[in-house]
Design a protein around this ligand. Structure first.
Ligand SMILES: Nc1nc2c(ncn2[C@@H]2O[C@H](COP(=O)(O)OP(=O)(O)OP(=O)(O)O)[C@@H](O)[C@H]2O)c(=O)[nH]1
Ligand SMILES: [Mg+2]
Length: 365
């Protein structure tokens, strides 16, 4: 018996060389994957070294069948599994093992994720695209931005009704006036219907915004009134519906909100979930589940000025497949709002140094 080694740029190439040289039934004893080069001016090259076991002629004849079997067995072990049948994490681990990624690239990526608060599926998707030859922060940012979904169509051509839902204090009322002003400036006729009737003082505050911004507001407390008001503002371009925060305890109130919203023409309505940006992903998911039955269409993150990074909202948006509609970044009504956009998001990816041009369209301060 005899051992020889064959080296090539990939396993497949090495195996092909071995078979050309020693015949189809060549027996692979072991395999080693490694990289060479990778200095300042050259990329790393991957190599695969196969050690072959060459039986003596007589032994080879006897073992012909078992050679074939052992090759098959080896191949089963050595090949990367079918990517469609394994999880992202397994694929990443396997590809690190095979030398396609090096661990330092992934480690750098993980550090960026931690700094930005990017987690879950979004993080895995970004990390799986990192290779050592890339400028990691720049590639991270580009990949991240390419995965963020933005509700452009609704921004430009809003449906007749825009319903703002979300936890108590998330910023629904202030956002409804901010959004109303954005479209009013574009020449839209805008009205607000407030379903926040039950709280003392809530409507008074809204009335003040209403007269300051010349956006009519109506207080609605029953399904009949709601239908009447939808009819009254039928000829307006945009009717924003400001709702009360669902209460985990007050089921009667929740049913009432559900009842009123169920009277809406869903085809002409867009439902956006208003969330505070400083909320953890797990808590955002809880909020989402509470409102899931309403078939939410988008997410509007608020209070960007109060958070270090927009990461948890982006992870949430990716996980739930909810595109971003607006973002708000301050208490000033109507100024502190912008359409969600790539430049706006870039502005809030603190800690990420990028060679990316920050273009116009940032959140107005
Ligand atoms: N810093 C900051 N504060 C905000 C922002 N948006 C809203 N707020 C503040 O958050 C508080 C709650 O805002 P509201 O608009 O009343 O929230 P809401 O969702 O209507 O609250 P409920 O009606 O009680 O459910 C107010 O003090 C707002 O000024 C923002 O973008 N940044
Ligand atoms: Mg409110």
């Amino acid at each position: 018996m005899k051992y020889v080694t064959i080296t090539a740029s990939s396993y497949e190439e090495a195996k092909r060389k071995a078979e050309n040289e020693y015949g189809k039934n060549v027996r692979i004893h072991s395999r080693r994957d490694y990289s060479v080069g990778g200095g300042l001016f050259s990329k790393k090259k991957s190599r695969c070294e196969l050690t072959l076991y060459l039986p003596e002629r007589s032994e080879r004849a006897q073992n012909e069948k078992s050679d074939e079997e052992s090759i098959k067995e080896f191949e089963k072990e050595a090949q990367t599994p079918d990517p469609t049948t394994i999880s992202l994490k397994e694929r990443l681990d396997t590809e690190i093992y095979r030398g396609k990624f090096d661990e330092s690239a992934i480690e750098k990526g993980r550090r960026i994720s931690n700094a930005l608060g990017i987690t879950g599926e979004l993080e895995k998707e970004i990390l799986s695209s990192l290779t050592p030859d890339l400028n990691i922060p720049e590639h991270y940012a580009k990949r991240l931005l390419s995965l963020v979904r933005i509700e452009r169509n609704e921004q430009i051509h809003p449906k007749h009704f825009l319903v703002l839902l979300g936890a108590t204090g998330s910023g629904k009322t202030t956002s409804s006036f901010k959004i109303g002003s954005v479209y009013k400036k574009e020449g839209f006729r805008v009205a607000i219907l407030s379903l926040d009737y039950y709280r003392v003082g809530a409507f008074e505050q809204s009335k003040e915004f209403s007269s300051a911004l010349s956006i009519p507001i109506e207080n609605v407390s029953s399904e009949d009134e709601f239908m009447l008001m939808m009819e009254k503002y039928h000829y307006f371009d945009l009717v924003i519906v400001d709702t009360m925060g669902l209460s985990p305890r007050d089921t009667e109130l929740n049913l009432k909100l559900g009842g009123m919203l169920s009277t809406m023409d869903r085809e002409n309505s867009h439902f956006s979930l208003v969330v505070s940006s400083s909320t953890k992903v797990e808590d955002l998911m809880l909020q989402y589940r509470r409102y899931e039955e309403f078939n939410i269409d988008s997410v509007t993150p608020t209070k960007l000025d109060e958070t270090e990074s927009i990461g948890s909202v982006l992870s949430f948006s990716y996980q739930t497949k909810l595109p971003l509609l607006f973002v708000t970044n301050g208490q000033k009504v109507p100024e502190d709002i912008a359409f969600a956009s790539t430049p706006t998001i870039l502005e809030y990816l603190n800690g990420l140094e990028m060679n990316m041009k920050r273009s116009e369209g940032q959140v107005r301060k």
